[in-house]
Design a protein around this ligand. Structure first.
Ligand SMILES: NC(=O)c1ccc[n+]([C@@H]2O[C@H](COP(=O)([O-])OP(=O)(O)OC[C@H]3O[C@@H](n4cnc5c(N)ncnc54)[C@H](O)[C@@H]3O)[C@@H](O)[C@H]2O)c1
Length: 330
């Protein structure tokens, strides 16, 4: 059994590798080749927490996996992470646990890569300006993902908390300097998205984070944050007026996210508004962007298939490079 830390994972696996793994996962999911049961959410009322168990099996890579991710807001006061996560990779051949990975980093990487893959498929090839709304735990990987798939010259970042936003931008200017983009802080969401070709919103918002009327023709939007019926980031105007609206998993998306559930309930959209899953686009079953003026939108709720595929690809590379700590019960 191999233990893999964030640093070890980073040493063998890039965001570009993760975008490739996300594309593979999109296809196996939409082709019905992955067994992804509903996740189990356990309430831990005593500590106002919740622990989620996300299992799945992908026959093509002969591998199953389980991510255990908790949401314990009270941890912040204890100096502990509020959403700790651990990933188990289980061999499809022997059923033995083959690896244990830092699930917090895996989540950031694969969630960035999922939006990155959608951006790679849907954004204009000549996209040069990016916008990022939200500067929490997922934000750095989202930013790196958009920089990985397009040659952006500028990215404007909006944070509700200006001080936190400044710290984030300062850190990103150093950590992502290799991409050569000018990363700066915007005072408002409107300022961030003005002229943006790619917009990613990754927040815990319960109401839209930007005004859809201000989106430039030809832009591509990723909505990453909302995963409950009460959470909403996407402006309803943009859902109605976008040319193409894609999701990662149609069934999960219409049941889990307020980005879709709220406008569905209001009767502003119907399920026919969803053009399809990115996996269907990758298999040529539905059409993507048709011209440079279309506005495309991608909504992800996240699925175990992305964790398992990414973790397996990381494990393969770690074994090849002899990276990680081997542990055994014997
Ligand atoms: N789609 C997926 O697969 C996936 C995976 C992981 C996390 N998530 C979700 O993404 C969201 C963000 O995750 P995180 O770890 O970065 O959270 P976080 O708590 O670390 O950060 C949340 C960020 O949202 C900002 N925010 C909240 N309301 C806002 C508003 N109205 N306008 C602008 N900014 C606002 C906060 O200021 C903060 O920067 C969470 O809801 C999380 O559950 C989705």
């Amino acid at each position: 059994m191999l233990l893999l830390s964030k640093k070890e994972m980073q040493s063998v696996f890039s965001m570009k590798d993760a975008v490739q793994a996300a594309k593979e996962a999109f296809v196996v999911y939409s082709a019905g080749k992955a067994n992804i049961p509903l996740r189990i959410n356990l309430d831990v009322a005593k500590h106002h927490g919740q622990t989620l168990f996300m299992p799945g099996y992908i026959e093509e890579i002969n591998c199953s996996g389980l991510k255990v991710v908790s949401v314990f807001p009270g941890n912040a006061a204890k100096g502990r992470p509020t959403t700790p996560a651990t990933m188990l990779v289980v061999s499809g051949e022997t059923g033995e646990v083959a690896a244990i990975l830092d699930g917090t980093y895996l989540t950031q990487l694969r969630t960035g890569a999922v939006a990155g893959a959608a951006t790679d498929l849907l954004a204009r090839k000549d996209a040069s300006a990016g916008a990022l709304i939200g500067t929490g735990g997922q934000a750095a990987a989202q930013l790196e993902a958009m920089l990985t798939v397009r040659n952006l010259t500028t990215v404007k970042v909006f944070s509700l908390n200006a001080e936190h936003g400044k710290q984030f931008v300062d850190r990103m200017q150093i950590e992502l300097a290799c991409y050569g983009a000018a990363i700066s802080l915007a005072g408002t969401a409107a300022e961030a998205i003005a002229g943006a070709d790619i917009i990613t919103t990754v927040t815990t918002a319960k109401s839209p984070t930007f005004d859809g009327r201000l989106v430039k023709p030809g832009a591509h939007i990723n909505a990453v944050g909302s995963y409950t019926p009460q959470m909403q980031e996407l402006d309803e105007y943009i859902l109605v007026h976008a040319d193409k609206f894609f999701v990662d998993a149609k069934e999960a998306a219409v049941e889990e996210t307020g980005d879709i559930i709220i406008p569905l309930r209001k009767g502003i959209i119907n399920e026919g508004r969803i053009a399809g899953e990115i996996g269907q686009l990758l298999q040529g079953q539905v059409a993507g962007r048709q011209n440079a003026a279309e506005i495309t939108v991608f909504k992800t709720v996240g699925l175990a298939v992305f964790d398992i595929m990414t973790a397996k690809r990381i494990l393969d590379k770690a074994l090849e490079a002899k990276v990680g700590t081997a542990v055994s019960f014997n």
